[in-house]
Design a binder for this molecule. Structure first.
Ligand SMILES: O=C(O)CCC(=O)C(=O)O
Ligand SMILES: [Fe+2]
Length: 303
């Protein structure tokens, strides 16, 4: 029978990454305090209570999905920078990019009567071309307890390299049963889905995902958190949500100013902090990474 490994909240990041690489998913137990979970509920419940259910079976017709969580919740802003999530993103994503970025923020409330979501890999959002590469990492935070009965995320541990038409046998599937305040880290390549809710209570999770800095974000962070909102965030968070270069030349902009401003091809960080007007090419770290990649070459491909 398939099983997910649960580690303590203060587990060594090396152990977290080792389990993630082996199973594609790992639970960290009781990461948030009760007060922190209540803060998430207080900040977001007005929004999720007012969110209509999904329109199709994949979204879930008894399920609500509420976004723009970084604009709406201080606690979600802090959760996005949690060291276990950042440490796991560094280990899993930096082999494939110079920088990674926020990809999706979504509170998922699975209501009574919801059926199993179809098993899928989240990386399929970018078509079926992401073979041999890990494009994203997700973190599902349990805001209620997650149980087999109330719709805990279903996972097929170790399914990262399965071909896309390979189905999971019943004994290859398990679910992320975890207490309120715990987190499930899972890779964009692992087969998983929301579960059926056979109880009379809702199951609430907050999903915070990061993806490679050269990919299109699933939830457009520039529109959810425009500069007038993002400018007040922790600098590390606003860089992570996209106000930063994604690679040596990826993501620059030219402010639409009159002639003579002197600002051309600068980092998007300028939009939230005008003291940073770095032009592309000035950030030597990104140029060094790019040169190292060119030097090493892409395995198996020419050009
Ligand atoms: O709600 C869940 O547990 C997972 C949902 C999911 O995997 C998705 O919507 O992509
Ligand atoms: Fe998913």
């Amino acid at each position: 029978m398939a099983e997910l490994i649960t580690l303590n909240a203060d587990a060594d990041i090396k152990d977290v990454v080792r389990v993630l690489e082996q199973d594609g998913a790992v639970i960290l137990r009781d990461v948030l305090s009760e007060a922190q979970v209540r803060q998430v509920e207080a900040e977001l419940s007005p929004y999720w209570d007012a969110t209509p259910p999904g329109m199709d079976d994949f979204q879930g017709t008894a399920t609500t999905r509420t976004g723009a969580l970084l604009a709406r919740s201080e606690m979600c802003r802090q959760m996005t920078l949690h060291p276990a999530f950042i440490g796991a993103c560094d280990a899993l994503l930096l082999p494939y990019c110079q920088r990674y970025q926020v990809h999706l923020t979504q509170a998922i409330k699975i209501g009574p009567g919801e059926t199993n979501q179809a098993l899928h890999k989240d990386k399929w959002a970018w078509h079926q071309v992401m073979h041999g590469i890990e494009p994203m990492l997700s973190c599902m935070w349990a805001i209620t307890d997650f149980t087999e009965d109330n719709g805990a995320t279903r996972v097929a541990p170790g399914s990262m390299d399965w071909p896309s038409d390979r189905r999971a046998e019943p004994d290859e599937l398990t679910c992320a049963a975890m207490s309120r305040g715990s987190m499930l880290l899972f890779s964009g390549s692992v087969l998983h889905s929301g579960g059926a809710n056979n109880t009379d209570q809702v199951r609430i999770g907050v999903l915070l995902d990061c993806a490679l800095g050269w990919l299109r974000q699933e939830e457009n962070q520039y529109l959810c958190c425009p500069p007038e909102i993002a400018k007040d965030f922790d600098p590390a968070l606003r860089r992570l949500l996209g106000y930063d270069m994604g690679a040596y030349t990826i993501g620059y902009y030219t402010p639409p100013l009159p002639p003579g401003s002197g600002l051309e091809a600068i980092t998007p960080e300028y939009a939230v902090d005008p003291t940073v007007d770095t032009q592309i090419g000035q950030e030597s770290e990104l140029l060094e990474k790019k040169n190292a990649e060119v030097e090493a070459g892409a395995p198996g491909y020419g050009g």
